[in-house]
Design a protein around this ligand. Structure first.
Ligand code: FAD
Length: 406
């Protein structure tokens, strides 16, 4: 059995970023901290691999550049109501293969002294606060005791279950596959989001990608589970229809399906000695974007844990509040509040608004990229949003009055 200060469960972007930022704050932590990863790198992670530049910028702030084959992107194509709009803003991010990206990230952390134990699946977590190392972690590669346990073990988080935090209400499913590019595809510098299917509480996507030096396209469907009385559409059927419209047969491709978990602002993500980070806590419920958020969470968690160890205060009663106040938490709270706008009764006017107001999409792109939003862009986008909302309210009232007069 090993006794340590910090055990991080999960060697995805959240776990590795936590280790990197903790080591950046305290290099000496290297021999008192381990990352436990159940798989062996390079390991597959079902994911479309779209990473906003804000993640690269954050890693660059600690002198790190993750060099893997990437398709650099400069904007989005947004399709709704039979129309589409393309919005660009210079380089906004890239599309990576997670197998390569996560492996490289882990290698960079190991180079900086992080101890990463691969093939170590955590099977049980127990806390006994009467001991100096209160957390006992059972794994397929032996037992560990630690003062701090960080659950960065993704959507199926064992640590979250051990904490007794419920699974969450924003649960999503995503199904994806990779095909050759097609003549009618959008340009390869765009991430495509298509919300034409109103019966889908989500969207169809196309991301340019590169696999073994071949230009390919990752096509997929994201579904945020709803409580529609008739139930949700089956995402395989949606993806199959989208492919058929493009002359492709879904059965000819390897289909990759996985769950996702959205962030909920009224949940606590820690108890004494244990905290959750990355998708174990929750990511963007509207789009399912989670890589940049995982790295942002890691940056917050790494520094937080070093401060708390120094202060000998491991109650972690302000972890959730700390996340809420940081960039990642403000962003995720905003997005979780936006779920009813995107997937509720206001969906048609919101889609129309986005189609007709590319400045608003541009602010979103700048946010994704980690660029300054620009005061004039924000003023213009918010004033248009306010004007649009007012028109929608007036039209709604007029409609209501006409109905009452009948
Ligand atoms: C189909 C699909 C497409 C997606 N596309 C995008 C996209 O284009 N852009 C984007 O930003 N996000 C995307 N996401 C979301 C993104 O993949 C996740 O939000 C992100 O990986 C979360 O990072 P994480 O480090 O928190 O968790 P993960 O990346 O899931 O890492 C968790 C790690 O913990 C390990 N682990 C799990 N359980 C244990 C255990 N018991 N013991 C030890 N180790 C364990 C796992 O092996 C894994 O390495 C997509 C998700 C899906 C399903």
């Amino acid at each position: 059995m090993r006794e340590l200060d910090v055990v991080i469960v999960g060697g995805g972007p959240a776990g590795i970023a936590t280790a990197l930022f903790a080591l950046h704050a305290d290099r000496d932590l290297a021999n008192r901290m381990v990352v436990l990863e159940k798989a062996t790198y390079p390991r597959e992670k079902f994911c479309a691999g779209g990473v906003g530049m804000r993640a690269d910028n954050l890693l660059a702030s600690i002198g790190l550049r993750i060099d893997v084959p990437s398709v650099w992107v400069s904007g989005v194509a947004f399709a709704a109501g039979g129309k589409s709009v393309e919005v660009r803003d210079g380089t906004i991010g890239r599309v990576v293969r997670r197998k390569q990206f996560d492996h490289e990230l882990a290698r960079a952390a190991a180079d900086r002294g992080a101890q990463i134990i691969e093939g170590a699946r955590v099977t049980r977590v127990e806390v006994d606060r009467s001991r100096p190392h209160p957390v006992r972690v059972e794994t397929s590669r032996g037992e560990f005791r630690c003062k701090v346990l960080i659950g960065a073990d993704g959507v199926g988080s064992q640590v979250r279950r051990a904490l007794g935090v419920p699974g969450g209400t924003f649960r999503a499913q995503a199904l994806e596959l990779d095909t050759e590019p097609l003549d009618d595809d959008f340009d390869r510098d765009l991430l495509v989001f298509d919300v034409n299917r109103r019966d889908l509480n989500g969207y169809y996507w196309e991301f340019p990608t590169v696999i073994d030096n071949r230009q390919m396209v990752c096509r997929g469907v994201y579904l945020l589970k709803s409580n529609r009385p008739e139930g949700d559409v089956e995402i395989r059927d949606v993806l199959s229809d989208e492919l058929a419209r493009r002359g492709l047969d879904i059965d000819n491709f390897r289909q990759k399906r996985f769950g996702e978990r959205g962030f909920e602002q009224h949940r606590a993500y820690a108890t004494a000695n244990v905290l959750l980070c990355g998708e174990a806590a929750g990511i963007d419920p509207i789009t399912g974007e989670g890589i940049a958020q995982a790295i942002q969470y890691g940056a917050v968690a790494g520094r937080y844990v070093v401060e708390k160890l120094d202060a000998r205060d491991l109650a972690f009663d302000d972890w959730t509040r700390t996340v809420h106040r940081r960039h990642v938490g403000v962003d995720l709270r905003f997005r979780s509040l936006g779920v009813p706008l995107f997937y509720g009764a206001y969906r048609p006017p919101v889609e129309q608004f986005l189609l007709n107001n590319p400045q608003f999409v541009q602010v979103g792109l700048r946010h994704f990229a980690g660029k300054p939003w620009g005061t004039s862009a924000v003023v213009s986008a918010t004033s248009r949003a306010a004007w649009y909302a007012m028109k929608a309210v007036i039209a709604g009232r007029a409609h209501h009055a006409a109905e009452m007069a009948k």
